[in-house]
Design a protein around this ligand. Structure first.
Ligand code: KG4
Ligand code: ZN
Length: 332
């Protein structure tokens, strides 16, 4: 089955063609990061307008790169939430219209299920069940993936998502947007020598909380500035990143132990983090578990993961009606 996936929930207009949920034929990502950078974050109105401009060329580029025609497509999937409502509406409406005009089934996809499925494209041998640590700019989840479109959420963030914490800390230091990749790069040159808090919450909780850590970093920077003392940005990045990653790693492994599962996947934008990948891999070696993460281009937003999720969702639940709506707060 050949699936055309469309993603427009935030600041990337993406279209991809995937076969049977795992084989990638093309992956077009038209990023708006350069435009939003000057504002320090995504401006929703600008995002919607740019999606409208980019969507048609992205669809044609995806077909061209895959060397396929519209007549080769069997299923269309588009993100329906969570995300920015105006941005979601562009991809969802385009997807529905394309499916109607080509007389093809249509599936409205949960963006977060898409992130889980990104790993199936990079690792064709990966099969549920496994634990997925899903860490993006808007959400953090610890999930038991029971089957391709069947999962239980064991933990979620109570305040800032992991990626959001990276972005906010980076913004305060004025080192760039999005913050994750910059912090990741600078952390490699720094030392984890500052004592930032690890927030574990209740003993048995799989939830996360990163706003206290964010505030601790801000307080540290303010106090250094007030005293006129030197701030070593690289050390702040290394220490902040270690604090985030330690909590993520510890909770993911604890859940895997509790569920008796030997496979842990990470996905979402923060799964691109080199420090997190290394920490998870080191821990996995010690306790005999396996870690999977997507290739970097599939960690952050893309439509290949949406096409993959559309396929598994279609196999389990069939097509959606055109009355399906965009939902900015759609939960997993
Ligand atoms: O999954 P994603 O592209 O969008 C959402 O669905 O939110 O994630 C974007 C988030 C941003 O917060 C960005 O700073 C973070 O992922 N990110 C990273 C890295 N690359 C992207 N965080 C830490 N380290 C990275 N290398
Ligand atoms: Zn995302």
């Amino acid at each position: 089955m050949i699936i055309l996936g469309i993603e427009s929930s935030c600041d990337e207009t993406a279209v991809a063609i995937v076969e049977d949920g795992k084989t990638l034929h093309s992956n077009i990502i038209s990023s708006q990061i350069e435009i939003h950078k000057q504002f320090g974050g995504v401006v929703p109105e600008i995002a919607s307008r740019k999606h409208i401009e980019a969507i048609c060329p992205a669809v044609y580029d995806a077909l061209k790169e895959a060397k396929l025609n519209f007549s080769d497509i069997d299923l269309i999937g588009a993100t329906r939430g969570p995300g920015l409502i105006g941005a979601l509406l562009v991809g969802l409406s385009y997807g529905k219209a394309l499916s109607f005009s080509l007389n093809l089934p249509f599936v409205g996809v949960n963006h977060m299920l898409g992130h889980i499925c990104a790993n199936y494209i990079t690792h064709k041998d990966l099969k549920p069940p496994f634990v997925c640590l899903l860490v993006s700019g808007g959400h953090s989840y610890l999930i038991e993936v029971k089957d391709y479109a069947d999962y239980i959420i064991h933990g979620r963030t109570r305040d800032d998502a992991a990626g959001e914490a990276f972005d906010k800390v980076a913004r305060t230091m004025g080192i760039g947007y999005p913050g994750g990749p910059v912090v990741d790069r600078l952390a490699k040159k720094g030392k984890d020598n500052l004592d930032f808090p690890r927030v574990w919450l209740e003993d048995d909780s799989y939830d996360f909380s990163f706003s206290g850590l964010k505030t601790a970093v801000l307080n540290y920077l303010n106090s250094k500035n007030q005293k006129g003392e030197e701030i070593i940005i690289e050390d702040v990045c290394a220490s902040f990143q270690a604090a985030v990653n330690e909590v993520l790693t510890e909770k993911a492994f604890r859940l895997a132990d509790e569920l008796n599962l030997d496979t842990i996947t990470i996905s979402g934008g923060v799964s691109a983090n080199e420090g997190l990948r290394e920490m998870m891999e080191n821990r996995a070696k010690i306790c005999g578990k396996e870690i999977y993460y997507p290739e970097k281009i599939l960690c952050t937003d893309n439509a290949a993961m949406i096409a993959s999720a559309a396929y598994f969702q279609y196999l389990k639940y069939g097509a959606d009606k055109y009355s399906i709506k965009a939902d900015p707060n759609l939960s997993l």
